[in-house]
Design a protein around this ligand. Structure first.
Ligand code: SF4
Ligand code: SF4
Length: 363
């Protein structure tokens, strides 16, 4: 059997491991001009055009999505993409849905059809785009808040910043329903991150029947879990526990949930892009709110307050993190009226130890 060259193998390779190569899903105009784009400009709050060095153009219309979509809604979107965009559609990592066409004459009919079906166009440029969020109570075992419900409540209030009102710069919001943060909480301008606040309770009877003790011990990033041979179970050093819930993921009898004490924190100032300043991690702004479903009025008011204060005070093109760095955190707390508390200080006693701790364990 002759060996294939790497290039030949790439052409013929079929695998069910990982996603198919993205290139086959690119609209022809994007494939043709890959890496050859000259500039782009915004035409309105939800439309932009990219222009290539070859003179080709691609028009993009962005619509809002609630992220968790019914098959009916997806079919409606695909019908519109078939009609105006040669069947191509793009879902961005922040849950925006983008319709693209190289034909300028198709843009207005495309927008008309989208509006007729109730899709909201916006989120481009110095505005909010969709809020990227995680699974929430309905879909993930570890959640300490809802995701879709809280995001809906926030976006109802912030909606003008998606469709028309401008902010100093593009503003990315995220929500994660636990500190494992499947959402982009650590690198968003403003994010809500749900937190457990109590050491998990262990059901020793169930644990010894359901869990592998070595795996359970290894799951703890702070090494708070150790064997409890007398009980044929494990024990937790409360001082070392940071309520992350990793142990619960591998061993459900270690229950991290506490409906009375779970809630959310708000962090600000993260970003991924390196335009003007480098990428930044988010920092704590508000340590805690209790869950108040179905509308979380205090969380929504706090998020809106930060966005409004930012809109009023930041300079043009300044992201939230850049604005805070320029004026200083002290002034940020003053302008937003957010109380500075002891929880803002990073005083985790075991930080030195745990930063150096591996997942290895000794029996
Ligand atoms: S953020 Fe946490 S609780 Fe939410 S989906 Fe991800 S792992 Fe599950
Ligand atoms: S919640 Fe996290 S830190 Fe606490 S014991 Fe479980 S894995 Fe360790």
């Amino acid at each position: 059997m002759a060996w294939l060259t790497e290039e030949e193998a790439k052409k013929t390779r079929k695998t069910d491991i990982g996603p198919p190569h993205y290139e086959q899903f690119l609209p022809p105009v994007i494939k043709k001009n890959y890496g050859n784009w000259k500039y782009h400009e915004r035409l309105d709050a939800g439309t932009m055009v990219h222009v290539s060095n070859t003179g080709d153009k691609v028009f993009t219309v962005r619509v809002a999505s609630p992220r968790i979509l019914s098959t009916e809604t997806i079919r409606e979107m695909l019908d519109i993409a078939d009609k105006h965009c040669d069947g191509y559609i793009r879902f961005t990592s922040r849950n925006n849905v983008e319709f693209m066409t190289p034909d300028e004459k198709k843009v207005e009919p495309l927008k008309k059809d989208l509006k007729a079906k109730g899709f909201v166009i916006g989120g481009i440029g110095p505005r909010l785009s969709n809020i990227v969020h995680t699974q929430g109570w309905v879909h993930c075992h570890g959640a300490c808040t809802d995701a879709s419900g809280l995001v809906k409540a926030m976006m109802d209030e912030l909606f003008p910043y998606f469709v028309e009102k401008e902010l100093p710069a593009k503003t990315r919001l995220a929500l994660a329903c636990c500190v494992n943060m499947c959402g982009a909480v650590h690198c968003s301008d403003l994010a809500v991150v749900a937190v457990h606040r109590k050491v998990p309770a262990i059901d020793h009877e169930k644990l010894k029947n359901m869990c592998e003790i070595p795996t359970t011990i290894a799951s703890c990033p702070t090494r708070a879990i150790s064997p409890d041979p007398a009980k044929k179970s494990v024990k937790i050093n409360d001082e070392k526990c940071m309520y992350c819930g990793n142990c619960f993921t591998v061993c459900p009898p270690i229950n991290i949930h506490n409906p009375e004490e779970d809630g959310v924190a708000i962090v600000v100032g993260g970003k991924i892009g390196s335009l003007r300043t480098g990428p930044k991690f988010s920092k704590l702004a508000i340590p805690f709110f209790y869950n108040e479903p179905p509308r979380w009025p205090k969380v929504v008011a706090a998020v809106k307050n930060i966005i409004d204060v930012y809109a009023k005070n930041a300079r043009k093109h300044e992201r939230i993190g850049e604005w805070i760095e320029r004026i200083g955190w002290e002034r940020f707390f003053k302008l937003t009226g957010i109380e500075f508390t002891y929880q803002h200080l990073d005083d985790f006693t075991f930080m030195r130890d745990t930063m150096r701790t591996s997942a290895a364990f000794k029996w």
